[in-house]
Design a protein around this ligand. Sequence first.
Ligand code: ZN
Length: 407
Amino acid sequence: MTTLEVTGDAGRVRYTYRLRMSSTARAELEAEWARCRWLWNECCARSKKAHAAGEKCGPARLDKMLTVARTANGWLRQGSSVPQQQIIRDFAKSRAKALKDIKARLPMGQRAGMPGYKKKHAADPTLNYTQRGFRLKGGRLYVAGGISLGVVWSRDLPTPPSSVRIYRDNLGHWYASFVVVTATEPLPATGRDIGIDWGIRETATTTSDTHDLPHAQHGKNAAQRLAHRQRMTARRKPKRGQRGSKGYRRAQRLTAKLHKKVARQREDAGRKWAKKVVRDHDRLAVEDFRPKFLAKSTMARKAADAAIGATKQALIHMARKHGRELHLVNPAHTTMDCAQCGARTKHALPLSERTYACTACKAVSPRDKNSARVMLVRAGLNPAGADRVRAAGPQARSQREPGIPSL
Ligand SMILES: [Zn+2]
């Protein structure tokens, strides 16, 4: 069993703000990005070559490459070295992650891919600045190279930031995302524990009857509208090698806008729920679900995956912020284990089977409630500290008709 404890003394949080800038500043940022993109692609080429030759291509070698490239190319020296070093570090990091996943023999869908080339029109700019590469003065943000940016301060930064990421999203909006270290804000002890299981019908099923999170309806409505927009985009898709029409670009933008809206609603719902869970419980046992985004999966499945991902992230942040104990529990076999006696069924339950009936101890409970309880047991927490799981009598069962998400 692998459980990871995230007890927080202090958490690193991102605070993101919209940026306003002059056309000069925008051109300067785009030029910085062009140089960084060239470096990233150079890293790709080098690492492929090294791999083919059976040589190593670690961070030290890439750092050296940067020094050599900056000496040889005047146009590269025109840019600040801070984001350039940072992009090389990011490349090394994502390459190391991909190699680690290959070594761990993770199946194809769950494996981080090798970092690929960033194409000019497909990759949105992202520039990372460490502490020595930026400063805040008079409400403005100055980054290395003398670029001055106006920040829309929608809320205050709690402490001075340690780094900033400047990026443009697919709608063409620019943002500054600061990393700040926040102190924990302890909450009163409650003496209660909770187990949390993620799912499709309900985003979260918990050992508490009042903390379940139904799958948000806005995801479903948006899925229909998204499908419509995507058909609209597909109809207007340009032929290979041709530039997209105005209508095509408009349709693309509308799709991106809708995606963003859904993501915001999801984050908002996740944050509110996480706050409630963290306020009411001292210790949390959470399924360590990893979104898969398999190519073949349906739109609804992808939406559920995204909702779980956002909610889990919100929960981890909230627990860290308020100094609660959070265990991430390995999800293997949780649907097959009995929370009462620990017996494991021989076969995985089909998804249509909503009730878990143990052949060993004869306990009967709703399938997801059983899984949520298994989380508690696996995290070494006492199920007695959780709210009692109701046995699935006729009354309880009528409240949970299979196939209909309870709202
Ligand atoms: Zn049992």
